[in-house]
Design a protein around this ligand. Structure first.
Ligand SMILES: [Zn+2]
Length: 363
């Protein structure tokens, strides 16, 4: 064991006190008077979506209890749908496909540059408030229409929002030290008000209640092929590995993964029928960990433990607790257990508008 010299020890102690104070300054309860709001990065590109976003902003009345917050959320969802003239979210898929009008292969790179009849551009950048762990840092992401994500990682076709990187599980689970930040994600402008409401609801819960802070480190909505840069890294990143692939057991081991570049951890490519290619699906905290068994929050799992969402969230806060899935149903999203992904596997942190096949009986 290495012995730390006295002066260095005091320095470390002072640093810890400073960090502690900084951490306290941004805690909710006594947070700044004005909460951060969802907004479009370039409002002029989509005046109608901008106007709807403003009209459906959630309330931050200091006296709102949990039930009152839920009522407010449900009212704003109803208002957003009325202003968008949609009854079920699946309508947005049909409208987007109609706008593409049989353009070769369905691609976000094509759709994003088109305009809705009302004049809004389809592709917009949504900026939303999120909670992140104290050590989290920002990493830019890129998108393109490429067969392989590696091409995007190496050539950076164009910028596409960013992710927050936090490597240590202890830091990820330390909610009292979280800080409010923003993230940016591309989205279909007709979907933007509904996606924003869902994300704002998650953020607002953490504003009122430290225990209900959920770190939203990775948000991905509109994209064909997406990655962070292959030139960022290497990094160490922790996650849990569950030796039992199928049962509900929560026995896990901590794995410290070494990644040559951050793109190994953050990348993806969607199939042509995916709602992501229309800007109508959300992936929340989707990672690509390697060398783990059913390591969560990896996206695909057969294990029963995933139904025990609150227990999973306590082990690793990046797992979404049950109330997030309830909120998703209130918006009208199709949620993971409602569809089979490949065989028996479910694509867990994914929310979307559904498809024609399953959409008719949708809620
Ligand atoms: Zn997805």
């Amino acid at each position: 064991m290495r012995i730390v010299s006295c002066s260095r020890g005091i320095g470390v102690l002072l640093l810890m006190i400073c960090l502690g104070l900084a951490g306290r300054a941004v805690q909710a309860g006594d947070s700044p008077a004005q909460p951060p709001r969802p907004q479009l990065l370039h409002p002029g590109l989509a005046p109608q979506a901008t106007s709807i976003l403003q009209q459906v902003a959630l309330s931050y009345d200091p006296h709102l209890d949990s039930q009152a917050r839920d009522r407010d959320f449900l009212q704003k969802i109803a208002l957003a749908k009325e202003l968008l003239s949609v009854t079920q979210l699946q309508d947005l898929r049909q409208q987007s496909l109609a706008l593409l009008n049989n353009h070769e292969e369905v691609s976000w790179e094509t759709l994003r540059l088109l305009k809705w009849p009302q004049g809004d551009r389809v592709g917009v950048v949504l900026s939303v408030p999120v909670w992140v762990p104290s050590q989290a840092r920002r990493v830019d992401a890129y998108a393109g229409f490429e067969k392989k994500w590696q091409t995007v990682a190496l050539t950076h076709p164009r910028p596409s929002g960013y992710v927050w990187f936090a490597g240590k599980l202890e830091d990820i689970n330390n909610k009292a030290r979280y800080r409010p930040e923003r993230t940016q994600v591309e989205v279909n402008s007709r979907f933007a008000p509904l996606a924003a409401l869902f994300l704002e609801y998650i953020f607002r819960e953490g504003w009122y209640d430290v225990n209900r802070r959920v770190p939203l480190l990775v948000l991905r909505i509109a994209e064909d092929t997406w990655s962070v840069s292959a030139h960022r890294g290497p990094v160490m990143a922790e996650c849990l590995s569950y030796p039992d692939r199928e049962s509900a057991t929560l026995d896990a081991v901590l794995v410290q993964g070494y990644f040559e570049s951050m793109s190994e951890l953050h990348h993806g490519r969607h199939v042509p029928v995916s709602n992501h290619r229309l800007g109508l699906a959300l992936d929340v905290n989707d990672f690509n960990y390697k060398n783990v068994i059913d390591g969560n929050p990896n996206p695909v799992s057969n294990a029963l433990r995933h139904y025990n969402r609150n227990a999973m969230h306590r082990l690793d806060a990046r797992n979404l607790p049950a109330w997030v899935y309830n909120a998703a149903k209130w918006v009208g999203f199709r949620i993971p257990q409602e569809w089979l992904y490949t065989g028996l596997s479910a694509d867990w942190p994914h929310f979307d508008v559904g498809t024609r096949k399953n959409g008719s009986g949708d809620h």
